[in-house]
Design a binder for this molecule. Structure first.
Ligand code: ADP
Ligand code: MG
Length: 678
């Protein structure tokens, strides 16, 4: 149903909603709040003065004062309550508020408590009648993602209208399943998520929503039958002594975890069955070399391998790393690079080499799965940073060969038991140790005023021969967004660092050739400081970089911050991560504290609680495959197990569905598979 069918929603509002990905009433109902505002009992003025935020129930002592300072109108009033104390409240540019503030009126004032000049005051409090406040008390008021032109209140009123249509369609969760797992119906779920009357209602609604998402996801995966179980492999891939020789000549020894992972891959090759394996290892644990070793065995057995990565920067880097290692060891296997930004002529040349079987290792981005690419005898496909790819893309790569062995590599730290469920039939190798030479990264979370010291620190590191990254959330100056951008920051940084220190910037909107050139310069050590957006977040490997400075760190998701930090500490040098928290409010960002205290991806992931939402606003995707709106792979592990059990009960015939239930569920899964296959 069109949004404009809702009372109060016109074409303008419809357009704003569309920016948020909401294009119908059905979409709107599933546009869940990113957070909730809670209304607590008012506190006495002396107690409020010790807090940063409070509600005070009091009486206006005198009619308010209205002052003008330039263009600003300031309304102020003194409030007294039963404690006998008073507090000053001020409002900027809200002259109309004074009509509500007649002397002697009893009201509830709710807002930030400022502590300036040794006195406490209420800053811009919202004002409620005692009756209205009583209604709100202990409710959870939804807070939605917004876009310019669309206020939270506008979303709320559209949502209230939309809620008339909630639960009108039939429920796709079979009755027996709903009963077995105590799930509420869909209407209660939608109401309970948008307008919970209390916490219990919210918890029930959330449980059903999370269950539903996971259940449908798992069932859809099953139906897609992505990892065809244990088929006979048409390829005869043998351990090669040349691979072993290459391994022995590496400048480092594999960690035990790496050795195990490689051994497991070799066992798969020799098993006679098609491999589908996930290698999971935290950032910097050394997954690339494992992939390369496996590709060597494949090449020496006479077949091709393809390694697909999510960004051009990473593709070029992997390609060059491989070429470099081959040069060092005099290996004459041929390697191809395929990326979207290559010219048609360049691509054509590579296509020919790939088709003829001249090259044995092909590295690239999505360009690897273009129709025009024909492989000669593709026996092995790898996707690096698999969370960045959709199931469909992975499958397309597989389909380029005939039953190739499949390896996916991921740095998303998920507990093993959950990984087994969520990744369906993948076998899993975990690399749970970092190379021994690594020193733990030293972290700090600091405010803006630390910047000059950070620049001094970077200068010192550069003088010692090292390099630094500085990350900003934005590409360029953007109206209405108060966050650092790489273009202006790079300029500013140049003037703040001594002459002779080179600074350049990198972002996703630049031309690929330009990006590659700068990345190349940086990885060769010819550039000292790289100011970048999160384009460098995945996989980039420059061992000599020792400083990661992140501006507006509070704007990033924890997972992204952990990935960014993973760009340093990749060699034997002591490395540092400086997170600048530019949040002015007094509430410190506890999430950053988690990163400050730990370098362990698993620990961070488990602490990675409510922060998926804000990350999405900045376009930072948190966990590709499992793009759940509500469910949280870390906190909902019990629900994941329940949902998995429910799926098995249905597929194994222990729970029988009637025709209607079957049809509804099939339709839902079909829709989900379309979005999964994006
Ligand atoms: P990730 O697991 O994040 O993809 P990489 O594969 O990029 O990590 O490896 C990070 C760096 O560690 C690379 O420079 C790689 O050469 C190096 N490395 C890999 N394994 C070892 C090891 N066992 N000992 C020392 N360095 C290693
Ligand atoms: Mg990597």
């Amino acid at each position: 149903m069109k949004l404009t069918n809702l009372k109060g929603v016109g074409e303008k509002t419809e357009q704003y909603f569309s920016k948020l990905g909401v294009n119908s009433v059905e979409d709107l109902l599933e546009f869940y709040p990113r957070d909730y505002e809670q209304f607590f009992e008012p506190v006495s003025i002396p107690l409020a003065k010790e807090k940063n935020f409070a509600a005070i129930s009091g009486v206006v002592m005198e009619n308010p004062f209205v002052n003008k300072k330039g263009k600003i109108t300031i309304v102020s009033a003194y409030i007294a309550d039963e404690s006998g104390q008073k507090i000053k409240a001020t409002w900027f540019n809200m002259p109309y508020i004074s009509s509500q503030l007649k002397r002697g009126t009893k009201l509830v004032f709710r807002g930030k408590i400022g502590h300036k000049y040794n006195a406490s005051s209420l800053e811009q409090p919202k004002v409620y009648s005692p009756e209205k406040y009583k209604e709100l008390l202990l409710t959870l008021q939804p807070i939605y993602h917004l876009t310019k032109g669309l206020s939270n209140n506008a979303v709320i009123s559209a949502m209230k209208e939309a809620c008339f249509f909630a639960g009108k369609e039939e429920d796709f969760i079979p009755a027996e399943i709903a009963k077995k797992y105590s799930l509420c119906d869909r209407k209660s779920m939608i109401m309970g998520l948008h307008f919970p009357l209390n916490k219990e209602e919210y918890i029930k609604a959330r449980k059903r929503a999370a269950f539903e998402e996971i259940f449908v996801f798992l069932l859809t995966l099953k139906q897609l039958n992505i990892n065809n179980n244990k088929q006979k492999s048409p390829y005869d891939i043998k351990k090669s002594s040349k691979t072993d020789e290459f391994l022995n000549n590496l400048p480092f020894e594999l960690t035990n975890a790496q050795k195990n992972a490689f051994q497991e891959i070799r066992n798969d090759f020799e098993s006679g069955f098609v491999m589908s394996r996930l290698v999971q290892g935290d950032v910097g644990s050394g997954k690339t070399i494992i992939a390369l070793l496996a590709m060597l065995d494949v090449a020496y057995s006479g077949y091709q391998s393809a390694l697909m990565v999510p960004t051009e920067v990473l593709a070029v880097q992997h390609y060059e790393t491989i070429l470099e290692l081959f040069r060092e060891q005099g290996i004459n296997l041929k390697v191809s690079l395929l990326t979207g930004s290559m010219t048609a002529a360049e691509k054509k040349k590579e296509y020919e080499k790939i088709k003829s079987g001249e090259v044995s290792i092909i590295v690239g981005t999505h360009a690897l799965i273009q129709e025009k690419v024909e492989y000669n005898n593709l026996a092995f496909v790898i996707t690096d940073e698999q969370h960045r790819f959709g199931v469909k893309q992975r499958e397309s790569l597989q389909n380029k060969g005939s039953l190739p062995h499949v390896l996916v590599m991921s740095a998303t730290p998920i507990p093993r038991t959950l990984a087994i469920i969520l990744y369906g039939d993948l076998d899993i190798s975990v690399i749970n140790e970092l190379p021994a030479e690594r020193l733990p990264i030293k972290n700090c979370v600091v405010g803006k005023d630390y910047r000059l010291r950070a620049y001094k620190f970077i200068t010192d590191q550069v003088k010692m021969g090292h390099q630094a990254y500085v990350i900003c959330p934005m590409v360029e100056y953007t109206e209405g967004v108060d966050a650092e951008n790489v273009v202006e920051y790079a300029e500013k940084l140049k003037t703040n660092l001594p002459e002779g220190i080179s600074v350049k910037y990198l972002h996703g909107k630049m031309k690929a050739a330009e990006k590659n050139e700068i990345m190349d310069e940086f990885s060769k050590g010819n550039l000292d400081v790289l100011v970048s957006t999160t384009v460098i977040e995945v996989g980039v490997n420059v061992k000599n970089a020792t400083v990661m400075m992140i501006e507006d760190a509070q704007r990033f998701g924890l997972a992204a911050l952990h990935q960014l930090r993973g760009r340093v500490g990749r060699g034997e040098h002591q490395s540092y991560c400086i997170m600048i928290d530019t949040n002015e409010s007094e509430n410190k960002d506890e999430r950053l504290d988690v990163l400050n205290k730990s370098n362990d991806g698993f620990y961070i992931a488990s602490e990675d609680l409510k922060q998926r939402g804000p990350g999405d606003v900045l376009g930072i995707r948190q966990s590709g495959d499992m793009r759940f709106k509500i469910a949280d792979i870390y906190n909902d592990s019990a629900l994941i197990k329940d949902a998995k059990e429910a799926v098995d009960l249905i597929l194994d015939g222990f729970v029988k569905l009637d025709d209607k239930e079957k049809k509804l569920l099939d339709e839902k899964c079909k829709k989900t598979s379309e979005s999964l296959l994006l």
